[in-house]
Ligand binder design. Structure first.
Ligand SMILES: C[C@H](O)[C@H](O)[C@@H](O)C(=O)CO
Ligand SMILES: [Mn+2]
Length: 423
């Protein structure tokens, strides 16, 4: 256990050290209160959803592992999410997928979903005081089994998915109206070929046309913001993905949408931290799917590595916190799923805090004056600065466990709740 006295003493020392660089640590803690991370619901049940409990996860994504205790219903998922949120400092958001609908046991196909199927989520979000984001689900469905949805050569299949996405935007609008904070509705689709196609153009033409139809209804941005997510490859779409980065960069620019950059959707040596500054020269806003690719788009739990810190720096340094919507996207079924949420979300927050504690103006001055030695020297020294003392203080202020104490809570919850679930 961390005592209040020790937390405060360490915080005072950190204030003094950062103060030497002109950083007002109290202000940084205040700024952290304004940060809302969109935590993805799908870590809680391995992207299963409640539409068809027996259904397979398709779309070229995979949740590997069989850790016991996964949520089997929306009520269990909400309970688990509540537990995770109680261990994360600050007020955040929840990112839902269409397959997390609640129909009272009735079969409702994707082209029939309505806001009413998500009303329990809205009630829960109101109770927690958090916002909701949304995603149409264009996978794990017979009409997506051959790997194509919005770019399908069959008009009927395309129409089915167009209707699903139109309805998804209305659900986003409903979230925004009910909760007083705009939902980001993000479209990702798996469409692509395992082997090299002859025609790379026509599927993209069809996808563009489908998106044009989906977005033809004007929805007030006060309630819903549309995002589109690119990908380099998936399992079974190794050679060609219709919705590539170039496709969506062009589409989002032309149509004033948010572009979603997923950390796992690029070549292994390509980093989204390098893309933020370029994209925000032309786009108003971005959505991030912060994930951790290991060799491929493996969706590992986010750790506090160099890329996570680089992402946070590229958001914080130019003052882009209000132009970048930070979502998480990982699904590890090999570890306790609540721990996965807590580790990933706390790491995202830690990375942002570290970036906020940086004396960026001074470092920029070194850079502009050509003093690259000072830039490197101080950047390296700052790595050992006591940001952890500020983090602990911020956790204590938010009444969530300090340091590793959250893990005891997860273990207790596992014993009391998760272990009673038969998978
Ligand atoms: C479940 C999500 O929608 C999915 O992970 C998508 O965002 C993605 O990143 C697919 O690789
Ligand atoms: Mn993603």
């Amino acid at each position: 256990m961390y005592s209040d006295k020790k937390i405060n003493q360490a915080f005072q020392w950190a204030k003094e050290l950062y103060g030497r660089w002109g950083i007002d640590v109290e202000k940084v803690v205040q700024a952290m209160e304004g940060v809302a991370i969109s935590m993805h619901c799908w870590q809680g049940d391995d992207v299963g959803g409640f539409e068809d409990p027996e259904g397979d996860l398709t779309g070229g994504i995979q949740a590997t592992g069989n850790y016991p205790g996964k949520a089997r219903s929306a009520d269990e998922l909400r309970q688990d999410l509540g537990q995770a949120f109680s261990l994360i400092p600050g007020k955040h958001r929840l990112n839902l997928h269409a397959i997390y609908l609640e129909t009272g046991g009735k079969k409702v196909d994707r082209d029939e979903i309505t806001p009413q199927h998500f009303s329990k989520w809205v009630d829960w979000a109101k109770e927690k005081g958090i916002g909701l984001d949304f995603n149409p689900t264009l996978f794990s469905h017979p009409k997506a089994d051959d790997g194509f949805t919005l770019s399908h050569p069959d008009q009927g299949i395309r129409d089915f998915w167009i209707e699903h996405c139109k309805r998804s935007r209305k659900i986003g609008e409903y979230f925004g109206k009910e909760l007083g904070t705009a939902a980001v509705t993000n479209i990702w689709l798996p469409d692509g070929y395992k082997d090299i196609p002859v025609d790379k153009f026509s599927p993209r033409e069809r996808l563009k046309d489908s998106l044009d139809q989906i977005l033809s209804e004007n929805i007030d941005k006060e309630y819903n913001l549309d995002a589109v997510e690119s990908k380099l490859f998936g399992i079974g779409s190794e050679s060609y993905v219709v919705g590539s980065h170039e496709f969506y960069l062009g589409y989002s620019l032309k149509n004033d949408l948010l572009l979603c950059l997923d950390a796992g959707h690029f070549h292994p040596t390509e980093y989204i931290s390098n893309k933020i500054s370029a994209c925000l020269l032309y786009l108003d806003e971005l959505l991030l799917h912060v994930s951790r690719p290991v060799r491929w788009d493996s969706d590992h739990v986010v750790i506090l590595d160099d890329e996570l810190q680089a992402i946070a720096q590229q958001i914080v340094r130019p003052g882009f916190l209000d132009r970048v919507h930070i979502g998480l996207d990982f699904f590890d079924a090999s570890i306790n799923r609540i721990a996965a949420w807590v580790i990933g979300t706390r790491n995202m927050l830690k990375a942002l805090l570290i970036a906020m504690l940086e004396p960026t103006a001074t470092l920029k001055e070194y850079e502009l004056n050509g003093d690259l030695t000072a830039r490197l020297a101080i950047l390296e020294e700052l790595k050992a600065y006591p940001w952890q003392a500020v983090w602990n203080y911020y956790c204590a202020e938010n009444n969530v466990p300090v340091g590793e104490d959250w893990f005891t809570e997860v273990r207790n919850y596992e014993k009391e709740v998760l272990s009673n679930r038969n998978s």
